[in-house]
Write a protein that binds this ligand. Sequence first.
Ligand code: XIL
Length: 784
Amino acid sequence: MTRFRLVLAAGWVLTLVPGAAGQVTPRAGWSLAAGAQDLIQAGAWGCVAGVTAAPGLVTVSAGSGGYNTAINTTGPVLMVNGDFSVLARLSAPNSPGAFLTLVGALNNGAWWQGLKRLDVGFTGSAMQSNYWTGSSSTATLTSLGTLPAGDPVTFEVARIGTQFVIYVNGTQAGSFADPGVFASGTVYLGFNVAPGGTLAVSGLAAAVPSGAPANASFFAPWLQTIARSGSGLRDLADQGGFLVGAAVDPSLFSQSPYSQDLGCEFNLVVGANAMKFAETEPGPGQYNFCAADEVVAFAQANGMKIRGHNLVWQQDLPSWLTTGNYSAADAANILQDHIQTVVSHFKGQLILWDVVNEAIAYGAPYGPQPSYWLNQFGSLTSYVDQAFRWAHAADPNVKLYYNDTGGEGLGAKSDAVYNLVSGMVSRGVPINGVGLQMHVTLSGAPSPAAVAANMARYAQLGLEVQITEMDVRLPVPASASDLQAQSGVYSGIAATCMAAPNCTAFLTWGVGDPDSWIPGAYPGFGAALLFDDQYQPKPAYYGVASAITAAVAKPRIFYGGIVIHAGVSSTVSPGSLADIYGSNLAAAARSLPAGATELAPTLGGTQVTVNGVTAPLVYVSPSQAIFQVPYETAPGTATVVVTSGSAASGSAPLTVSAAAPSILTYGDNRAVVVNQGGAINSATACAAPGSRVVAYLIGSGPVDNPIATGALAPQSPFSQETLPVSVTLDGTAAPSVPFAGMAPGFAGLVQLNFVVPAVAAGDHALIVSFGSAQSNQPLMCVSQ
Ligand code: XIL
């Protein structure tokens, strides 16, 4: 038989029989329960204390001092109802005793108090079962005969009616009355190993009588999908493509009002602590993503986005690090490994990382925050810049934020944060946004105007912002008037964020007052969040809800939602067509009337302006508007506003350059090219070298025969590009470009006639340049 050698992370080697891992076979008439066919793989055993988890194998060892009873209280549990069984394939040769341990209720005092538990296994060569009912430390023992020869041995504990029936290797070994061990409907899975023994579990599953699939299901708090009310904050926010979030503690996912509010109200989560340094790297080079993975799983099960928080902070550092006497070079290596490992673990699953948190001091004069990292790296910018570069290297697609507290409005702290961030931008450090924490009091909260001004200066740097950790702490017990005032602070900040074109999310630091960090951090204060002690909405909740409702009723241009028409580039040129993506941009979809001889200044009551100049329209709908960049728009950053009826959007930035060639594409990045003879170029319709083809683009440069904004390009004389035009296929230049100019009878459409260069048969990247501006690189096929 073929055996695979599997090298495990810890460096040890294990031999597995292929196909056997995790699988056990139910008895005739029974079937494995859905989702519970392989409870080794699904059980998240790597997060359970006292066990070693490897693919397809759980190992439990006991030292000489006592039994090791490892109960999986953090992983998924079985939910049972009626007849069910649990099967476990146990291998513990030479061990004094080993058991499958099933727990219906955890202890609530001394180890046996309230504990409802059933163990089935062996001591020496005697098989036995023991159960505890919560009122005594003494177990009730049932003998099950002699352990059969051979290894491993499969034990099955079946609850059938009011009996427990035990099967060993498929044969009944005994039965006894069930005192109600699993009356709770919950079964925690575990194992119990006698002193000096080692148990390897290579199969674990739940079974139900065939035809009774509902009798057992596998449940984890973080796998539950919360039934949506349809009228939560997230539903309002979704109408405007906006994110409203909360900091979460995955150990609370099992609590119903908490998880209900979380799943119904928020479309974004951040781990309050789960992704921080001490949690994710509790020992040197030893990583633990148990809690963080639960945050990710809950979010994914409930259609929520996830922020990563945080990679570098002066708090929450493990003592192995801070007392480890590491050299500066060691510390840099440790941080690089941490960032690389943690960012890689979550690659593709997060919208962004708070790479560095609170690197500016909490107090005046707001110099560098005292920190282990500052000491080791020697300067603020050296560790901050380096951390962002490492994070970017680990995942070039995840956005990277700097997050800080107390600098949300204007003032000395805000300036210190701004100076740090603007310095990073000027040094070319990969940063996408700034988190404004917003832990405030009623009297200390910044004004909405100051927050708006601060957001605007980050927009000028090309950065997005988010309100990342808002809470408004009140002296407790909170008065009715304070709760009203709190609502005003919340709604003012939420409205400010939604009105700022670069503010992409609003988060509170916690779901409701019971899970807030405020009472712990600020004794005498509390009541800081949107939900009260019973997780019922507070005035602040209604304040935020109405701010979101008002904001989404108006046209909203999504952040980064303006791109060249039919492309992805955010750079456009005067005269080119561009697309706006957003919400409530128009009352309904409207196109130009058939045969129109010019674009429309308004369509269906919608108007777009660029730097205050009306931009003619091709098409509008609630979610999209296609407009022409007025020819008079100067290169640089322009501002775009959409007005629908009487409501105006915020003003969004638009990058305008002299030329912005963008080849139209279809399918999987194929250039829109018409071959000589009229066929559309494709993998099966290739153009011959030397033939004349026509490509279509958006984003012309200046033309020799100027066209009025909104007018169609003339037939005679043509409007031709004045910038030098180059056309290449994988670097080989087209031998001639007989025409490059505006397609007659169209607005903003560039037509390019060129002769196909002699290149190898097959697909090549087509690149067009107007002056120094280079296009996208779609594929074009050349024949033999
Ligand atoms: C807090 C957590 O909420 C607490 O549970 C923990 O004990 C300390 O950290 N600014 C931040 C957050 O960026 O990470 C902090 O979270 C709150 C202040």
